[in-house]
Write a protein that binds this ligand. Sequence first.
Ligand SMILES: [Zn+2]
Length: 114
Amino acid sequence: MPHGSAIRGTRVGSGPIRPVERCEPAPRREVTYWCAKGHSVEVLLAADAPAPPTWDCPRCGQQAGQDAHNPPGPSRAEPYKTHLAYVKERRSDADGEAILAEALAALRHRRGER
Ligand SMILES: [Zn+2]
């Protein structure tokens, strides 16, 4: 083995980072989401990161959840709260009903209904 020591010599002290350390992947886990249309998407997350409750389906754009049998509904149907929703948030139910009745009465009045 005339070259053994020469080969070994090139490895001593060469390179501050060993390949096995540089390529070691961070711990990950796979989370699967299902949308209401039956699409599934597998998402790789960092092992210590909490999984978001929903994920956007890459095929139809709807929200997908982690429960295959109970996917989230088409939440995009209501992208913003109505004015009434904001009013009801800061008032009691009784106030809300009174305001709602008043608003409905005014609306019906404008439409010519009784
Ligand atoms: Zn989908």
